[in-house]
Design a protein around this ligand. Structure first.
Ligand SMILES: *Cc1c(COP(=O)(O)O)cnc(C)c1O
Length: 395
């Protein structure tokens, strides 16, 4: 690498460090769980997407091991060559049944599912209308399509309607939104979105990665919570969060659309199939969720409890009713400092800053899990309160 590039990159990375934007990886010396080991110390984990506490669940681990014993470690193939086992079809059918959709196609991640979502369906004559806070993988997926791109201010339905009017001449239109917005924790206005889509003859796609498994009466996500089942054409989601947390994702929805993706989705055609262990583990998660809603209830009770304690302490929280509690700090360096001081108190959280959230909107995203106990939650809120006071964030 030449000297100029070396110098430019070193300066760029140093700049990130000065602005508090440099992301350090913390090494975890234990399995994922309510309590993890970091730097030789046991700390309570409040920043995992492990909403149902299933990441280290013995039943899921056993199911993954059994699937590996029965189906092998890897397939060394994409789906359409020799990478489809009965196990993959079983998982796709189980997801369709759980999400009450017509069909499902698996991907190695939801990032890949979103990379696949737009390009096969929407070309130059078409339009994609996207919430400004949608996940990075949606933004990247949209970029891969030649369709016209329109954005609306976060959850602003009047703006969404304007964009629908602006794009009246398009052949096909698709509205795409996160079900739960990952950095704020609020739920999309899916009822209104579907009504507008029906009025303007647009398709609707919802990325329910932060909702599948715990939100809605039986954990079917924001689509269930908002009562719009059957009105959403496409759902993308991940198994890498509430549903065991390993990896894998899917697009689930209308049969014809899923058929199209099997023919044309590039991450499906050109990237390896999902490993048997992941399929077996995820199937077990779905089986558990069908028979028992106590975990999801616990997740939401815990979130509610923590939110109440933090409000009482005077923290500036983004309003939401999910397992994500966004504690606004605004200043990047302060968010990093708050997180590292909390870690000293045995509470593991992370400061989020640009490019994950807009500049000047740094925050701590606290994520509650069914695995947390009441005492854990009180301990976390107390630590926030004492460090927050010491830093002058609350009075
Ligand atoms: C986490 C997340 C993804 C990515 O999921 P992976 O399976 O980890 O690739 C996609 N969309 C949203 C909204 C997410 O929160």
């Amino acid at each position: 690498m030449n000297e100029r590039i070396t110098q430019e990159l070193a300066e760029f990375l140093d700049g990130l460090k000065r602005e508090g934007l440099y992301k350090e990886e913390r090494i975890i010396d234990s399995p994922q769980g309510r309590e993890i080991e970091v730097g030789g110390k046991a700390v309570l984990n409040f920043c995992a997407n492990n909403y149902l506490g299933l990441s280290d669940d013995r039943r899921i681990i056993k199911a993954a091991q059994d699937a590996m014993d029965e189906w092998g470690y890897g397939l060394s193939s994409v789906r359409f060559i020799c990478g489809t086992q009965a196990l993959h079809k079983r998982l796709e059918a189980a997801i369709s049944s759980y999400l009450r959709s017509e069909d499902t196609i698996l991907f190695s991640s939801c990032f890949d599912a979103n990379a696949a979502l737009f390009e096969p369906l929407l070309g130059e004559e078409d339009a994609i209308i996207s919430d400004e806070l949608n996940h990075a993988s949606i933004i990247d997926g949209v970029r891969l399509s030649k369709a016209r791109r329109l954005r609306y201010a976060h959850s602003n339905m009047a703006e969404l309607e304007d964009r629908l009017k602006e794009s009246q001449g398009s052949r096909r239109r698709l509205i795409v939104t996160d079900g739960v917005f990952s950095m704020d924790g609020d739920v999309a206005k899916l009822g209104e979105i579907c009504t507008l889509a029906e009025r303007y003859d647009a398709l609707v796609a919802v990325d329910d990665s932060h909702a599948t498994g715990y939100l809605g009466a039986t954990g079917r996500g924001s689509v269930e919570l908002c009562g719009v089942e059957g009105r959403v054409d496409l759902i993308t989601t991940t198994f890498g969060k509430a549903c065991g947390g390993a990896s894998g994702g899917c697009i689930s929805g209308r049969r014809l659309l899923i058929d199209l993706y099997r023919q044309r989705a590039r991450p499906y055609l050109f990237s390896n199939t999902v490993a048997p262990a992941i399929c077996g583990g995820t199937l077990k998660v779905l089986e558990l969720l069908k028979s028992d809603t106590t975990l999801r209830e616990r997740t939401l009770q815990n979130a509610h409890h923590f939110r109440r304690l933090m409000e009482q302490a005077g923290f500036d929280l983004i309003k939401a009713e999910t397992a994500i509690v966004a504690v606004m700090v605004y200043d990047e360096a302060k968010a990093v400092e708050l997180a590292s001081r909390l870690l000293e108190e045995g509470i593991y959280v992370i400061g989020f800053s640009f490019p994950v959230v807009p500049k000047g909107k740094a925050r701590i995203r606290v994520q509650l899990s069914a695995a947390h106990s009441n005492e854990d939650i009180i301990r976390a809120a107390n630590a926030f309160t004492s460090v927050g006071r010491a830093m002058g964030l609350i009075s």
